[in-house]
Design a protein around this ligand. Structure first.
Ligand code: E4P
Length: 217
């Protein structure tokens, strides 16, 4: 499973990128607001830092305007994936930009039927939002599972980009189901390394090592 980092904070991206834990980046208008940066500037900086796809989201609501915004964002760098919402205007934009050879990430997906439409519109990525489904007492992971089955049934090559990841268990469950990519906040990716028994075991080894009086270097 590929890891995309869900943030517009360049320092956090750089840290995970250096560790080989960043196969791409996703941003959205809320993350741009949080970063306090200009969208064009920060997207260019991020796209120059990572080799993989960097999602930048359009903010227009009508297809013609979305297409114009998408073309402008796509010009920033070769690894830009234009993010469009799962509306009919977004799907139309997806079809046009995909046919022009631009990667498109269809976002705000909450059902398998929406994901089916995005695949037919030529999406490179579909972003089902797990956490926001869980927030309203639906099961986000069920939706990922349904999309996996549908895409495999018909050989769609749209990649399932599990989004709105809120816990390390979400990450593990997405990998078990076979999501192609997950996008998670840096804190979740870092937390995946934590285990209380690792800490306890290391502590015991360090204490015993000190008692040997030996050195490796
Ligand atoms: C990423 O593409 C999404 O915009 C993001 O994962 C949404 O996460 P949230 O539901 O925690 O805001």
């Amino acid at each position: 499973m590929k890891f995309f980092v869900d943030t517009a904070e360049v320092d956090e991206i750089a840290q995970l990128n250096d560790l080989g834990m960043c196969d791409g980046v996703t941003t959205n208008p809320s993350l741009i607001l949080k970063s306090g940066r200009d969208i064009l500037e920060v997207t260019k900086e991020i796209a120059g830092m990572v080799a993989g796809p960097v999602s930048a989201e359009v903010v227009a609501l009508k297809a013609d305007d979305m297409i114009a915004e998408g073309r402008k964002l796509a010009k920033i760098a070769d690894n830009i994936a234009v993010k469009v919402p799962l509306t009919w205007d977004g799907l139309k934009t997806c079809k046009v930009l995909s046919e022009e050879g631009t990667m498109v990430n269809v976002t705000l997906c909450f059902s398998a039927n929406q994901a089916l439409l995005a695949a037919k519109a030529g999406a490179t990525f579909i972003s089902p939002f797990i956490g926001r489904l869980d927030d309203i007492n639906l099961d986000g992971l069920d939706v990922i599972e349904e999309i996996r089955t549908i895409y495999d049934n018909y050989g769609f090559d749209t990649q399932i980009l599990a989004a709105s990841i809120r816990s390390v268990n979400h990450a593990k469950d997405c990998a078990m189901i076979g999501a192609d990519v997950m996008t998670a906040p840096p804190a979740i990716i870092k937390k995946m390394a934590d285990h209380v028994l690792t800490d306890k075991g290391l502590d015991a080894f360090m204490k015993d090592w000190a008692k040997t009086g030996q050195k490796i270097l």
